[in-house]
Design a protein around this ligand. Structure first.
Ligand code: ZN
Ligand code: CA
Ligand code: ZN
Length: 375
């Protein structure tokens, strides 16, 4: 990403999560004394009933009454706690599940959760520049939101309905890179690097979808040998696994360019710094907890590449995990100067579903990086 390419920090889903946890605590705090009171009253009731009968309570009867009242209290406590615990866990596992509730909402409506979605669309580049500093986003389905949604639908080859239909919701739920998609709100055909050409030697019409960052930043020819190092604020994965995955990812780009990459010794200064970061980590582009944004990297010659530490990372991902190496190949593309491509087969396509392994460069990626460093 280029400095200033990003807009507002992503919504306040963590605040939403905290709110639920807060509510949960408040409820437990409120419920537990009631249960304890009930338990004591129940105990007293049994004792009084026995006293009314003028029969002395045996130790065994007292123990039984106490045991029963504690059992009732425990069952009630579990019944009360369960829904709150489940909700908290759901929010933590995927901060984007609120999207499902937005399906079908229309222009003119006010629906809870739209504000969060607006923040997300803004962060990934779908609000016109004039509105990037307008932080007063509401839950209103307004015209600017409809327009942003239409641009998103057009970019992702969805039916341009301007409404939150199920295909659009499904697309929005796919985890993705945090670097904004390249959008020109005046004329989308003038996107940097977007080229079209007909191949005269065949009947096929070939269209390239790669793009470059605004101003076409790239490494100077004196910096084709790049060093990299690791620096994380959170320990997420075994260091050796991270090293191997990144080394293989760098090799993919080295194979098709004049670049060479070498890991710098620990503590030494390097051109590229890779690390796991969580939430607001000091570069003005805070991560958003589990789900949605997976990683981001800066355009040349910045060299920063951050993984969101709150994702489930793996070098051999199961259905709910994200492949460390696939994301590395993508983010290195940004480090070298490529922006997102709208070719779904390319590495520089922004989205990658959990459980997917996509580690090889596509034709579009190779054409893009060669075009960027062709002269
Ligand atoms: Zn990206
Ligand atoms: Ca995330
Ligand atoms: Zn960062």
């Amino acid at each position: 990403m280029t400095e200033g390419a990003w807009k507002m920090p992503i919504g306040n889903h963590s605040a939403l999560g905290n709110c639920t946890v807060f509510c949960q605590r408040v409820h437990i705090r409120n419920i537990y004394p009631i249960l304890v009171d009930w338990c004591i009253n129940r105990h007293a009731e049994i004792t009084q009933n026995q006293a009314k009968k003028d029969q002395p309570l045996s130790l065994k009867q007292l123990a039984m009454a106490t045991k029963l009242s504690h059992l009732y209290a425990s069952i009630l406590l579990l019944v009360f706690i369960h829904p709150f615990t489940a909700q908290s866990r759901t929010l933590k596992s995927n901060t984007f599940e609120f999207l499902q509730n937005l399906e079908g909402c229309q222009k003119g409506q006010n629906v809870k959760g739209l504000k969060e979605l607006k923040h997300h669309l803004k962060n990934i580049g779908y609000y016109p520049k004039d509105h990037q500093h307008d932080i007063k986003l509401s839950d209103d389905f307004d015209e600017i939101f409809e327009s942003a949604l239409k641009t998103y639908q057009k970019n992702y080859r969805l039916k341009v309905t301007g409404s939150l239909d199920s295909d659009t919701i499904k697309e929005l739920m796919i985890p993705r890179c945090g670097v904004p998609d390249p959008i020109n709100h005046v004329d989308t055909s003038k996107q940097a690097g977007r080229t079209e050409h007909d191949s005269k030697s065949s009947k096929f019409h070939t269209v390239s979808h790669y793009s470059f960052f605004g101003g076409t930043p790239r490494w100077p020819s004196s910096k084709f040998h790049l060093t990299y190092t690791f620096s994380s604020s959170v320990q997420v994965i075994d260091m050796q696994e991270l090293r191997s995955a990144c080394s293989r990812a760098f090799q993919k780009w080295a194979d098709v360019t004049q670049f060479t990459f070498q890991e710098a010794s620990e503590g030494s200064q390097a051109d590229i710094v890779i690390g796991f970061q969580s939430g607001d980590h000091g570069d003005r582009y805070p991560f958003d907890g589990p789900g949605r944004i997976l990683a981001h990297a800066f355009a040349p010659t910045d060299g920063r590449f951050h993984y969101d530490a709150d994702e489930k990372w793996s070098t051999n991902p199961s259905a709910d995990e994200v492949d460390l190496e696939s994301v590395a190949v993508h983010e290195i593309g940004h480090l070298l100067g490529l922006d997102h491509s709208m070719d779904q087969n390319s590495i520089m396509f922004a989205e990658i579903p959990q459980g997917t392994i996509k580690r090889d460069l596509g034709q579009d990626d190779i054409a893009g990086i060669r075009a960027l460093y062709s002269n």
